[in-house]
Design a binder for this molecule. Structure first.
Ligand SMILES: [Zn+2]
Length: 355
């Protein structure tokens, strides 16, 4: 196959977005797009390029005092009658237009066209962000080549509709269980109904006052919600167990341990088992490249509410934020699209910052 990432395409972030969208790359099928990206980057004299699986890393080594990361995932969620791309007015439709090939286009465009950025830059084009963590390209690189991730600041080019979304909230899931005594429902007074016992768990959730926390000027809004409930044995049995799965989204001023302790406290008296958890990331806007980035954007940052890969950088001591042209509300949506003007504005911002 001839590589569609021609010099003309690479010079224009809008054309580049469209070509990237039209290379199919549903999670675990990123080989073709990674091959195209790698071939381009290996041909750029001011970059050193490496590959691990279907993750491609390219970096400048100009001896600058600060190093920044620009990162984007190459994969998309499965198509939903929205492949290949199409144009309607100044909107580009298609799977991955918003999440996040428009962001990937920024990184690839700058990697190729900016031989002397003001910071050293590490560009990441990584696989499998949309599926389980164990396949995630950044997760795999952190295990195999952690030194590739060394930097002073990172920008993840995820959809934010052109604003800076700093840090991210943590997330944890826990199973809150009520227990009872099984009995025939015809003689229910011999038993204790565990589903009825769940009423107290739901009452505490209903009355729960979620925190709103401001860090570095960014507001993070927490939430504690039941997301699933399971209980019951048969149509004639008083149940002896009911499980309520809860999801707690917590601001980055709390560690995972503090979040776990908080959930145990809320459900004191019940059996609580933590099933899954991931730390948040503080906004980290103090790093000099971050402050200069905010100045280039020229608008106040807001807190990122969903968990993103910024947390992987934060865990390695690299402050990170999200910035991309796509509308996050359209990600994974059959009508996913991106505004052409947003692509151009964001590209200009990144250029002002790095050139
Ligand atoms: Zn994404």
């Amino acid at each position: 196959m001839r590589n569609p990432l021609t010099p003309d395409v690479l010079a224009d972030p809008v054309a580049l977005t469209r070509v990237l969208v039209d290379i199919e790359s549903v999670s675990l099928n990123e080989k073709a797009i990674a091959d195209c990206v790698e071939e381009v980057l290996r041909g750029v004299p001011h970059l050193t390029t490496q590959r691990y699986g279907n993750t491609v890393m390219a970096r400048t080594d100009l001896g600058r005092s600060q190093r920044v990361v620009l990162a984007g995932h190459l994969d998309t969620v499965p198509h939903n009658n929205n492949f290949p791309s199409s144009m309607r007015g100044d909107l580009m439709y298609g799977c991955g237009t918003s999440d996040m090939k428009s962001g990937v286009a920024y990184a690839l465009h700058l990697a190729v066209t900016l031989p002397e950025p003001r910071y050293d830059v590490t560009y990441f084009f990584y696989e499998a962000e949309e599926i389980e963590s164990r396949y995630n390209g950044l997760f795999l690189v952190a295990g195999a080549h952690p030194e590739w991730l060394t930097a002073d600041f990172a920008v993840l080019l995820e959809p934010t509709y052109g604003v800076v979304e700093a840090g991210c909230q943590g997330t944890m899931r826990a199973m809150v269980a009520t227990t009872g005594v099984r009995a025939h429902s015809a003689r229910s007074w011999h038993g204790v109904n565990a589903i009825h016992g769940a009423g107290e768990v739901l009452r505490r959730l209903n009355e729960y006052q979620a925190r709103r926390v401001v860090i570095d000027g960014c507001e993070y809004r927490e939430g504690l919600n039941a997301v699933r409930i399971h209980g019951g044995v048969a149509g004639n049995v008083v149940p002896d167990r009911c499980e309520i799965e809860v999801n707690y989204r917590f601001a980055p001023d709390r560690t995972e341990e503090e979040a776990h302790a908080h959930v145990r406290e809320v459900f004191a008296g019940f059996e609580v088992t933590v099933t899954d958890s991931a730390a948040g990331a503080a906004p980290g806007l103090d790093a000099p490249p971050a402050r200069e980035f905010l100045a280039a954007v020229g608008a106040a940052p807001i807190g990122k509410l969903g968990w993103t890969d910024v947390a992987r950088f934060a865990a390695m001591g690299v402050p990170a934020l999200n910035f991309g042209p796509g509308d996050p509300n359209l990600a994974h949506h059959p009508d996913e699209h991106v505004e052409i003007n947003k692509i151009r504005d964001g590209a200009a911002t990144l250029h002002r910052w790095l050139a």
